[in-house]
Design a protein around this ligand. Structure first.
Ligand code: GDP
Length: 365
């Protein structure tokens, strides 16, 4: 059809017919997509220790798509009876404390005893930065090429609670795939320690001598969670200072009430970079596991954690469901304004929104 602007009225203007788009170079080639496995294919692959299937299953767990979650949850459920047979160790420390250097050598150390190691990470900042600074393969040079190590960066979707839940689900899959050592790394700057603490058997805090971080650890309640404190970079000129810091930590630990396990947290100095005293660190961790297995605390804590995650998941889902409702979102916007303008109190506003939500639930929305 002739273009209307080619009318005489539009002098000097000529619109040419467009060209049709080029055909694709190879019409038979479609975008390659990995075929979606069935639940039993996932489970079978995982139980066989197939790393590629495990990786795909973890991706599914991390996906926010509902249809992925349906499959993921089934896979997790089927893997659950095969899980649990591992040592779950949380590792935290401020950026620069030497987490990746240490995990690299710790990892090789535990792998020397046989078995397999999964390194997972919880990094709540990854949502904002669109990339994780933890659990990155390139940070762990030796482990990343080890055939028995599986390294996975932090899932990046959702709230800290959501990210942590996905990591916990990933632990189940890794254990079913035969990974008998699980490290969960977190950056020591916030709430993420609590999340990690709630999914590991042993919590290791990496500290540095003389940086003032000691106090921060106390303030943020991280020291109370630690089953072991290790002071890194005890090498060269720094040995003396590291020993001094160790003594200070030991003193500080006396001020805390006994841990629920009755295990007395230990303080060890080591050097991740020069690989000094690595066996001392692991001797402590081995003794801890012997101790809690003997006292029954190991299983008690895992049971507590399983319960905790059930309630965490319920809370998370309820919250998500609430905030996803378009009507609730609109109502919240109105209420927010009213509260800001002092037209309504925060409490009655909250109550009104919740009442509306419960009404919607009753009406089957
Ligand atoms: P992360 O941010 O906690 O993962 O810390 P990194 O493992 O990246 O280490 C931070 C810096 O400290 C790097 O430059 C490391 O080479 C250095 N480093 C790590 N461990 C040691 C150690 O045992 N001794 C010394 N002298 N330097 C170390």
């Amino acid at each position: 059809m002739e273009h209307p602007e080619n009318d005489k009225e539009y002098k000097g203007l000529q619109v040419n017919a467009g060209v049709s788009s080029q055909p694709v170079t190879n019409p038979y080639r479609t975008r390659r997509r990995r075929p979606q496995l069935t639940v039993s294919e996932y489970v079978e692959g995982i139980l066989k220790g197939n790393v590629s299937v495990l990786g795909q299953a973890v991706t599914l767990v991390e996906s926010t798509a509902d249809h992925h979650q349906v499959i993921a949850q089934e896979v997790i459920e089927k893997c659950l009876p095969y899980s649990g047979n591992s040592r779950r160790i949380g590792i935290t420390g401020v950026p620069g404390a030497g987490k990746s250097t240490s995990i690299d050598v710790f990892g090789l150390h535990v792998l020397k005893q046989g078995g397999k190691l999964a390194v997972l990470a919880i990094d709540p900042s990854s949502e904002r930065t669109r990339g994780s600074i933890l659990g990155d393969k390139t940070r762990m040079e030796k482990l990343s090429i080890h055939p028995d190590a599986f390294i996975r960066p932090s899932p990046s979707a959702g709230s800290l609670g959501g990210v942590a839940r996905k990591t916990r689900e990933t632990i189940v899959l890794c254990e079913a795939a035969g990974y008998n050592n699980i490290f969960v790394e977190t950056v020591g700057v916030g709430q993420s320690e609590t999340a990690v603490h709630s999914m590991v058997d042993f919590f290791l805090l990496i500290q540095l001598a003389g940086t003032g971080d000691e106090l921060q650890g106390i303030k943020r309640g991280i020291m109370e969670m630690a089953d072991g404190i290790v002071i890194n970079k005890a090498d060269g000129d720094n040995v003396e200072r590291a020993n001094l810091a160790a003594a200070q930590f030991r003193n500080a630990l006396h001020l805390f009430p006994p841990t629920p396990s009755k295990w007395v947290p230990e303080v060890v100095t080591y050097s991740g970079y020069y690989e000094l005293n690595i066996d001392k660190v692991w001797d402590m961790i081995d003794r801890y596991f012997d101790y809690v297995r003997k006292t029954g605390y190991f299983q008690r804590k895992r049971n507590e954690q399983a319960k905790y995650w059930m309630f965490e998941t319920i809370n998370e889902e309820l919250r998500n469901n609430f905030y996803r409702q378009p009507e609730i979102r609109a109502l919240l916007e109105q209420k927010e304004l009213r509260v800001l303008n002092n037209e309504q109190s925060s409490f009655t506003a909250a109550h009104d929104v919740l009442t509306r939500y419960f009404e919607m639930l009753r009406a089957g929305n």
